[in-house]
Ligand binder design. Structure first.
Ligand SMILES: NC(=O)c1ccc[n+]([C@@H]2O[C@H](COP(=O)([O-])OP(=O)(O)OC[C@H]3O[C@@H](n4cnc5c(N)ncnc54)[C@H](OP(=O)(O)O)[C@@H]3O)[C@@H](O)[C@H]2O)c1
Length: 310
C-alpha cells in the first residue's frame, strides 16, 4: 500500500511517500481503508511519535491520527464496528497513523461518520472537536452565560471551540488576526480581538474561562483577564501552577484522548447542523510533505486534510 512515513526526527522534510506492506488486524483490532486523514503539524516533534508509552522505539512512524474511511476487516473478538461501516475517529498518538491507504485502529477509537459530511470534511473533526469537548465540558464545565476567551480562535481547535461554546450559550471572545474577523463572527463569536494590533488584556477582563491554543507569552498574559475562581485551560503549553494560585484561579493542561461516545455526540451535533468542520486546504496523500509544511506556518484557518482515496 501507499503510505507516508517519517524517516527522521525534525520537520516535514523527513516525510517520505512510499510503498510499504499493508497491515493485518490482530485480535481486537480494526483495519480501516483510509479515505482521508487530518494533518496535525506539531506531531512531527512529539515524543510519542517516536517512542511508545511502553518505551519501544518507532523508527519509521506513519503520522496522522484523524481518520475517516470504511472498515475493511476486523480481528478476532471485535463485534463492532462491522465490515463496510463508514467510520471516523481519533487514534492513539503512539501507534501508526492514517497517512496511509490502510491503518489499524481500536473499536473504541471509531464511531459512525456523520451523515452530513463527506470523508474529507469528516477528517477535520476528531482531534480538534474532541480536544474542545474535553476542555470545555470535562476539565472546564462551561455553562451558558459565562464569558470565554479563546486564543487561536481561527485555528483547527479554535473553530470548534467557538462553535461549541456558542452552542452552550457562553459569551465568546476570540483572538485572531484581522483576516479572520468576519469568518469568526459567522461562526458565532461575540467579539474578536486582533492580536496583531491590540493586547487582549487591555480590552477585556473578568472572564470565566480562557482556552489557550497559542501558549508562550499569550498564555503568560492570560492570568490577569480571569475573574477569581476562573479557569485557564491550555492545550499548547502547561500553565504555571504557582501563577494560578497567585491569581486565585484553576489551571489545566491535558492531552486529548480518543473517545468514541464523545465523538458520537459531536457527530450528532454536526448532523443536526449545530456545528461544522472548516477545511483550509486539501492535499493528496502524495503531497503530505507540502501539507505539513503549510500547517507548520501556524496560520491555518480550520484544518488541513489529506485526501487518501478519491
Ligand atoms: N494538548 C492537546 O491534547 C492538544 C490537542 C490539539 C491541539 N493541541 C495544540 O494546540 C495548538 C493549536 O492547535 P491547532 O491545530 O488549533 O493550531 P493551528 O490550526 O495551526 O492554529 C492556527 C491558528 O492560530 C492563530 N494564531 C497564530 N498566532 C496567534 C496568536 N498569537 N494569537 C491568536 N491566534 C493566533 C492563527 O490565526 P491568524 O492566521 O489569524 O494569525 C491560525 O488561525 C497546537 O500547539 C497543538 O499542538 C494540543
Amino acid at each position: 500500500m501507499k503510505a507516508v512515513r517519517i524517516h527522521g526526527r525534525g520537520g516535514p522534510e523527513h516525510l517520505v511517500y512510499e510503498d510499504i506492506p499493508q497491515p493485518q488486524p490482530g485480535p481486537g483490532e480494526v483495519l480501516v481503508r483510509v479515505y482521508a486523514a487530518g494533518v496535525i503539524a506539531p506531531e512531527l516533534t512529539w515524543d510519542e511519535t517516536y517512542v511508545t508509552s511502553k518505551g519501544v522505539s518507532r523508527p519509521l512512524p506513519i503520522p496522522g491520527h484523524d481518520v475517516t474511511g470504511v472498515v475493511e476487516a476486523v480481528g478476532a473478538g471485535v463485534s463492532e464496528p462491522n465490515v463496510g461501516t463508514a467510520v471516523y475517529g481519533l487514534t492513539a498518538f503512539d501507534r501508526d497513523g492514517s497517512a496511509a491507504e490502510y491503518m489499524l485502529a481500536l473499536p473504541d477509537e471509531l464511531t459512525q461518520k456523520p451523515l452530513l459530511l463527506d470523508y474529507v470534511q469528516a477528517a477535520a473533526v476528531p482531534l480538534t472537536a474532541l480536544t474542545v469537548w474535553q476542555a470545555l465540558f470535562e476539565h472546564g464545565s462551561l455553562m451558558a452565560g459565562q464569558k470565554l476567551l479563546i486564543h487561536g480562535a481561527a485555528g483547527g481547535v479554535g473553530v470548534f471551540a467557538v462553535q461549541l461554546a456558542h452552542w452552550t450559550g457562553a459569551y465568546v471572545i476570540g483572538t485572531s488576526s484581522e483576516r479572520n474577523e468576519n469568518f469568526l463572527y459567522d461562526l458565532g463569536v461575540n467579539e474578536v480581538i486582533d492580536y496583531t494590533r491590540i493586547r487582549f488584556e487591555d480590552a477585556i477582563q473578568e472572564v470565566d474561562m480562557v482556552l489557550d491554543m497559542v501558549g508562550g507569552d499569550t498564555l503568560d498574559r492570560s492570568w490577569q483577564v480571569l475573574k477569581k475562581g476562573g479557569v485557564l485551560i491550555s492545550v499548547a503549553n502547561p500553565p504555571s501552577v504557582e501563577e494560578a494560585k497567585a491569581h486565585g484561579v484553576r489551571s489545566v493542561w491535558f492531552i486529548v484522548e480518543p473517545n468514541r461516545l464523545q465523538l458520537h455526540q459531536i457527530g450528532e451535533l454536526i448532523d443536526a447542523g449545530k456545528i461544522r468542520p472548516v477545511i483550509d486546504t486539501v492535499f493528496p496523500l502524495s503531497q503530505a510533505r507540502q501539507a505539513y509544511e503549510q500547517g507548520a506556518k501556524g496560520h491555518t484557518r480550520g484544518k488541513i486534510v489529506l485526501r487518501v482515496k478519491d
